[in-house]
Design a protein around this ligand. Sequence first.
Ligand SMILES: *Cc1c(COP(=O)(O)O)cnc(C)c1O
Length: 478
Amino acid sequence: MGSDCVRYLSTRDPRPQPRTLSFDEVLLAGLAADGGLYVPDHLPSLGEDTLRRHAGLPYAELAGRIMTLFAGDAFAADELRRMAAQAYSGFRHPAVTPLVQLDERLWLLELFHGPTLAFKDLALQLVGLLFDAALARRREHVTIIGATSGDTGSAALEACRDRDAIDIFVFYPHGRLSEVQRRQMTTVEAPNAHAIAIEGTFDDCQDLVKALFSDTQLRHSLNLAAVNSINWARIAAQTVYYFAAAAALGAPYRRISFSVPTGNFGNVYAGHIARRMGLPVERLVIGTNRNDILARYIANGEMTIAAVEPSLSPSMDIQVSSNFERLLFELKDRNGAAVDEAIASFRRTGALPRADAEWRAAQGLFSAHKVDDTATMRTIAETYARSGVLIDPHTAVAVGAARAALAVDGDAPMVALACAHPAKFPDAVERATRIRPALPEVLGDLFERRERLTVLPNDQAAVTRYIRGHARRSEESE
Ligand SMILES: *Cc1c(COP(=O)(O)O)cnc(C)c1O
């Protein structure tokens, strides 16, 4: 592979020659020890010929090829192809991520045909297998911890359940999830999978994860790892459906636009990475709900934190979008010291230091629209009335933002990412359309399954005690 093998560095490494890691090292590490996020030292670039050859490829085959570009020497191409085939074999649609046309210029990209009915499965079903393979090879065990505002948690629990090399603990904000979301976590019956309700917000849960990671002793004794959306392997796996959808709609001959319901900035950032790799993307639209820090930033250059407000799209009830740090690294010309300083100041003051050149660059890369709860309900109702398609509130944010963007400019096909199945948020869908969406058959008994509920205070010591008490691996057993 030689010199174009991709290596990874931390967004906060201050050195002119940062230390670089391999794909499997960053896969297992998640967050960098300095608190930064891993990014590639360079991106693989795909020429027009390669993009042309994407047309008509089965999804798993395409996923194998794209992941190979990121994996360097860590996994062989046929190994990745095999894992991708296994990861996507459980999806309920043969296309894995089918497109549904809503009107002349607007498509839905259905990303909810995996086991937990949300797009997180696309990355996590594959990442679970990657973890397992990398650990088996090293004869290691990890304790995965993650924060979820709803969908990551169940997707991660499903991806890691019953795997010998993994214990997994997922924190979610107590009382802020839909019943389907909660049940999908609290009904996973596996000795290595733990869902924990934290008395706090999603941002509190994220802060807890970061705090646990910075406890060096805990980090080492339990071999902590992360699969939340900061893991680079997830970003890599999420670029695949951008390539797949674009190929189906005529790329590289046509430019394609995407509208993405955004919380932690992982999904839309993956679209940005696909574009950086050569995919002809016309426009990337960030859709936000009332928690609109990203829309405000794109509009006026101020990234100022506000209180998290519950909305109809709970998976996007986020004020601190972790993955934004990766874009910031790019906007700051890959200056890790400058990123470190800016993030520290954001943490301290609640506002990112203003930087107009960076803001203008971000405006050139993304447009953003806020779709509040009222507009979300209206979009669900209108979409059903016009096209007979039921969409969930997160998808409605994407569709609402897509329509706003289409009204402004561009005649490229617009793809709105349908990130959750309508039955995952049935109350809002029913209120908007008077139709209660049914769960897919495989999940029909979800409401009869027994729940195991664990509630902990938003307190690092209490959470640490719980994890030490329940992880199968501890110093004593080493
Ligand atoms: C996670 C999630 C989002 C937000 O995605 P990010 O990558 O965090 O921006 C949006 N909608 C649904 C349904 C989700 O599960």
